[in-house]
Ligand binder design. Structure first.
Ligand code: PA5
Length: 405
């Protein structure tokens, strides 16, 4: 399912234990609603909603930040990189992208939109919907708006235009991957969301009650020691598997937006193996010692035919598989960092499947939740993001100034 290991063993610190206890207490008293929201997810309801998208050739998910990343990470299970993407995600308002989309789409009657915005007030998401709506022949049947607030711009607009409304679960955007926000796109794509949710919940509950499982507390102690004693506040997420990039992107937001408060926080850096070995590794290995490295990889790879080309010279490539090459490069990179004394940990998913991905997301979600009491910040808000949204709206009212400043 999931194995977590560290480059050097660490004593479990008192701070890590107490932070887990505080998180558990807040969850038990209901101050943090997360566990009960996760437990309350009705998978049959999600599968029923997914049925409404069955006849669409493509489903376009409009939404940004926490309204996108979880769903996209999960969809990779059913739509691996390199296969046609029936469920497509749009978060940007890049006019070039939308120009091509409008130009190249011919089957407008076969497209369905899932518009996700917890607040219902996010300008990018609303603009995307406004841009696409005129092209849809039967918007009532084709547009579904997932939002928490029926009195938001999106909620009111949906009612006025007779678009279908789906309630957002009562949980913050970036913590909502394993709720309707992420599970619905995943179910539409064909992921076994029941299994995924079950694995997530089981791991989350187990770690909450027994933090020594999966080296959870040890790993947290390593992180905390690096942060407090060595001022290491950068977390490199080295994903070995293109299908894991969605997981990395999801965690990048979760860690940054949750911890970055009051002058504190951890900076995530997403790296792709093996590509970034030829781009970032020199810096990681020999540059400033100010990062921790989390390798995210999968134990069981697809079995492809062995490569039997008679390469010239003395080299180890004859009769190898891509899987062996991939694994050797990951191991080589990890060992070279460990040899250079750089702190590493490995999150090894047994398979790229619902069970392992659910467990990994539970581990990482709880890790961020427990960082709240450790850092003494409110990990559940995002005042900086709200401020930028408000300022962007102000500038939109005065477009000339927006271009100049
Ligand atoms: O995690 C968060 O709360 C944010 O990143 C939001 O998800 C993001 O800003 C999008 O907001 P909304 O879902 O309200 O459109």
């Amino acid at each position: 399912m999931l194995t977590v290991s560290l480059s050097t063993s660490h004593n479990i610190s008192h701070e890590a234990i107490s932070s887990l206890e505080k998180t558990r207490e807040k969850i038990t008293t209901g101050e943090i609603p997360h566990l009960s929201v996760y437990q309350g997810i009705d998978i049959n309801r999600i599968l029923g909603l997914a049925e409404l998208f069955k006849d669409a050739e493509e489903v376009w998910v409009l939404g940004t930040g926490g309204s996108r990343f979880g769903g996209e990470a999960l969809c990779a299970l059913a739509q691996p990189i390199g296969t046609p993407q029936r469920v497509r995600f749009f978060s940007n308002v890049d006019p070039w992208v939308f120009q091509e989309l409008l130009k190249n789409t011919t089957n407008w009657g076969k497209i369905k939109l899932l518009v996700i915005s917890k607040s219902g007030n996010t300008t990018e998401t609303l603009s995307q919907l406004g841009q696409l709506l005129p092209y849809l022949p039967d918007a009532h049947e084709q547009v579904f708006c997932l939002t928490e607030n029926p009195e938001s711009v999106l909620g009111i607009f949906a009612k006025e235009k007779n678009l279908q409304l789906i309630p957002h679960d009562p949980i913050g955007g970036r913590f909502s991957a394993l709720t309707t926000t992420g599970l619905l796109p995943a179910a539409i794509a064909g992921v076994n969301v029941g299994l995924l949710h079950q694995s997530f919940l089981k791991t989350f509950e187990t770690l909450l009650t027994d933090g020594e499982q999966l080296h959870f507390l040890e790993s947290l102690s390593q992180l905390w020691e690096l942060y407090t004693e060595h001022k290491i506040a950068n977390e490199v997420l080295f994903a070995y598997g293109d299908n894991l990039l969605g997981l990395g992107t999801w965690f990048k937001q979760l860690l940054a937006e949750s911890t970055g408060k009051d002058g504190k926080g951890m900076t995530p850096i997403l790296a792709q193996g093996t590509e970034d070995q030829h781009s970032q590794l020199q810096l990681y290995q020999d540059g400033p010692d100010n990062k921790r490295y989390t390798f995210i990889s999968v134990k069981n790879h697809p079995i492809l035919p062995a490569i039997l080309e008679p390469w010239p010279g003395d080299n180890p490539f004859y009769d190898t598989t891509l899987s062996q090459v991939f694994r050797s490069y990951e191991t080589g990179t990890r060992l070279s960092l460990i040899e250079a004394g750089r702190p590493c940990r490995q999150l090894l998913l047994e398979n790229f499947d619902e069970v392992s991905l659910g467990a990994a997301m539970a581990f990482l979600t709880l890790e961020v939740m427990v960082l709240g009491p450790l850092l003494e910040v409110n990990i559940y808000d995002q005042p900086g993001v709200e401020q930028s949204k408000a300022l962007a709206k102000e500038h939109l009212r005065d477009p000339v100034e927006a271009i100049i400043s």
